[in-house]
Design a protein around this ligand. Sequence first.
Ligand code: GLA
Length: 389
Amino acid sequence: MIAQVKEQFHRLFGSEPLIVTSPGRINLIGEHTDYNEGFVLPAAIDKKIVYALALNGTDQCNSCALFSNETVSFSLHDIRPGGGWINYLKGVVYQLQQRGLTVRGFDCVIHGDIPIGAGMSSSAAVEGGLVVALDHLLGFGLNRMDMAKTGQLAEHTFPGVKCGIMDQFANLHGRRDSVMLLDCRSLEYRYFPFEFSREYKIVLVNSMVHHSLASSEYNVRRAQCEEGVKLLSAFLPGISSLRDVTAAQVRQYRDHLPGKIYDRCLYVTEENERVLRACEHLQRNELQQAGELMYASHDGLSRLYEVSCPELDFLAGFARQRTEVAGSRMMGGGFGGCTINLVKTDAVPSFTALVQSAYLERYGKTPEVYVTSIVDGARVEEGIAVAGA
Ligand code: GLA
């Protein structure tokens, strides 16, 4: 992919580009907890976006995406939301400017193999790759967390999804063969080795349902959680997010929470507790128990948080009946996309064949299956001399 992107860059722009790779992510457990200041357990994976990028000495940003065969330009002085993938680039440039940084015009070619709308954070990868490239070429000196926040704000202000920090964090902090426990309140994080990488594989099964409802319903869920905090604060003074509340407290005040708000709050508080318990199990090499928590997470996402869909329920339910699968659940924002499954390495081919034929029979389409490995976060692969350096 790098060679392809470089070749197209040479053809279109002639100069020598910087090459940046920027990964997608998985999340073992901790879904819809990040914007509630809770816990998540993501990792960067070997599906990625590749950038070839060089400064062009003008005020124009010209970008060609190989995946859509389209070249789009915008001026640094007039950046407005709009467009498809280019919207993410505009958002990043705009947010860098909002930080008081001087962005210069650039040419770039992008390509990628992260399936779009599959819950693997292709958008965070697009954002993170651009921040890393511009930071490198323009010497901004941003740290990785500031880069992640820039991507998150780009997402809020341009596509308009009020996302949490998980995707951008994972994209920029990934470490090979490690998952990361992130406290989305303090932004402290800890790596732990994914000890099971030989015995078990992380297998993603794509429902092939594009999560089109995701952005509008996502913002609705976020608002419902905030509403829950407001109502609960009458009884629990001083709370500022669902992070400050336990599942037991949500149950205790059930009568004061309208039905859906109760369900949303119960899910988030239970999920936070599950993430911490899953980490304890992982530390003790108890993958089966961690896997059980993934199934429980799926149930909560489906019944209480209502961000699943029949296809995802089918895939998680299918996995649950298979002894070679330790755990399975829908992953990411929901309403489509992938399930994440921990599958015994030697059973990956048979599991793949079985799940594909069962799904084909039921829904008339074959789900794509991705056997992933955990890699480093977004980084410069091939540098070029930095202007003025
Ligand atoms: C999307 C968002 C993340 C997170 C997940 C759900 O991927 O971008 O911030 O909220 O959904 O866990």
